[in-house]
Ligand binder design. Structure first.
Ligand code: CP
Ligand code: NVA
Length: 309
C-alpha cells in the first residue's frame, strides 16, 4: 500500500506564513480552553514517540504533558534506552518506530540525523532541537510576541551572543514574517547566513557592538554562550563573550517598551543580568509556558490536519 509523504517540522521554513497563522489561531483557542479547564482530546488513542539525545526540561515536559492533555500518550526514549546506542541505523529505527506511533519528536545533534530519520518515517517528525535549529522554540516565541504586542511584521529583534540554533531559527522566521534581526556576536563567533538559508539583506544585519544591535530594537533576546554539545569550548567562550551580557544598559538602547526573551535555561551573570531576566521587560515565563500551547497546536495540525475550532 502506498503511503503518502507525511508533513514534517524539521526547520522553521518547512511551514508557510499561512500555516503559522493557522497554528497561532489554534494555539490561542487551545490555550483558552486549557485555562478554563475544558477537556479537548482530538488525539485520543494516538502516540507520540520522543527521542532525546540531549538534556531537556521544557521540551520534555511540554510535549509529554501536551500529548496527554490532547488525549494521547507520549513515550520517552533516550539514546541509551534504545538500540541506537548499540549501532542500529537511524533509518531502521525510523522505519520501525513510525509503524507503531503517530508522530515523533527528536532532540539530537546534527540536523542531518533528523533529516535521515524523517526521510524514512511514515509519520510526521518534529525537531525538538538540533545543533542548527530549534523551531518549536521560535513558534512559541513569536506566539508570545503576538500575545503581548500583536503582529511582528516590520519589527526589529536584537540577537545578542552566540550564533546558535535559536539564532538561526529567528533568522528563518524573519524571512517568513517580514521582520529584521540585528545580530551581534563576538569576534571568531560570527554567524553563517547560509545555515539560515541566506536571508535577504532586509531581514538581518551584523553588528560588532552589541549595544548598536540593541539600538531601537522592539525585542532583545539571547541564549546560553555554550550550547549543548559544545561544552569543551566553555572556558574560551566565557572569555570571548564577556561583553555580550544583556544588562540594563543594553536594554536602555532598545525601544522603551522593548521586551526581553530567553529560551531558557538561563545563566544569570553570563549571557543575561538578573536585573533583566527578572525585570519588568522580561516575558520569559510566558514564553516557556507557550511551548505547551503552541506545540499542542502543532501536534493537532500534524496528526489531524487543519482543524477549525
Ligand atoms: N528551551 C528549551 O528547549 O528548554 P529545554 O532544553 O529545557 O527543553
Ligand atoms: N542553544 C541552546 C538551547 C537550549 C534550549 C542549546 O542548544 O543548548
Amino acid at each position: 500500500m502506498a503511503v503518502t509523504a507525511p508533513k514534517h517540522f524539521l526547520q522553521f521554513r518547512d511551514f508557510s506564513c499561512d500555516e503559522f497563522e493557522h497554528l497561532f489561531e489554534r494555539t490561542r483557542w487551545i490555550k483558552d480552553r486549557f485555562k478554563r479547564y475544558e477537556i479537548y482530546q482530538p488525539l485520543r488513542d494516538r502516540t507520540l514517540a520522543m527521542v532525546f539525545e540531549k538534556a531537556s526540561t521544557r521540551t520534555r515536559v511540554s510535549f509529554e504533558a501536551g500529548m496527554n492533555q490532547l488525549g494521547g500518550i507520549a513515550i520517552n526514549l533516550t539514546r541509551g534506552d534504545t538500540q541506537l546506542a548499540r549501532g542500529e541505523p537511524i533509518e531502521d529505527v525510523a522505519r520501525v518506530v513510525s509503524r507503531m506511533v503517530d508522530v515523533v519528536m527528536i532532540r539530537t545533534f546534527g540536523q542531518s540525523l533528523i533529516e535521515r530519520f524523517a526521510e524514512h518515517s511514515r509519520v510526521p517528525v518534529i525537531n525538538g532541537l538540533t545543533n542548527e535549529y530549534h523551531p518549536c522554540q521560535i513558534l512559541a516565541d513569536i506566539y508570545t510576541w503576538i500575545e503581548h504586542r500583536g503582529s511582528i511584521r516590520g519589527r526589529t529583534v536584537a540577537w545578542i551572543g552566540d550564533a546558535n540554533n535559536v539564532c538561526y531559527t529567528w533568522l528563518q522566521a524573519a524571512q517568513i514574517f517580514g521582520f529584521h534581526v540585528s545580530v551581534s556576536t563576538p569576534p571568531g563567533y560570527a554567524m553563517d547566513p547560509a545555515i539560515a538559508g541566506a536571508p535577504g539583506a532586509a531581514h538581518y544585519s551584523c553588528h560588532d557592538d552589541p549595544r548598536a544591535a540593541c539600538r531601537g530594537a522592539d525585542l532583545v533576546t539571547t541564549d546560553v554562550w555554550t550550547s549543548m554539545g559544545y561544552e569543551a569550548e566553555n572556558d574560551a567562550r566565557l572569555r570571548a563573550f564577556e561583553r555580550w551580557q544583556v544588562d540594563s544598559a543594553m536594554m536602555r538602547e532598545a525601544a522603551p517598551d522593548a521586551l526581553f526573551m530567553h529560551c531558557l535555561p538561563a545563566h544569570r551573570g553570563e549571557e543575561v543580568a538578573a536585573e533583566v531576566i527578572d525585570g519588568p521587560q522580561s516575558v520569559v515565563w510566558d514564553e516557556a509556558e507557550n511551548r505547551l500551547h503552541a506545540q499542542k497546536a502543532l501536534l493537532e495540525y500534524l496528526v489531524c490536519g487543519r482543524v477549525d475550532g
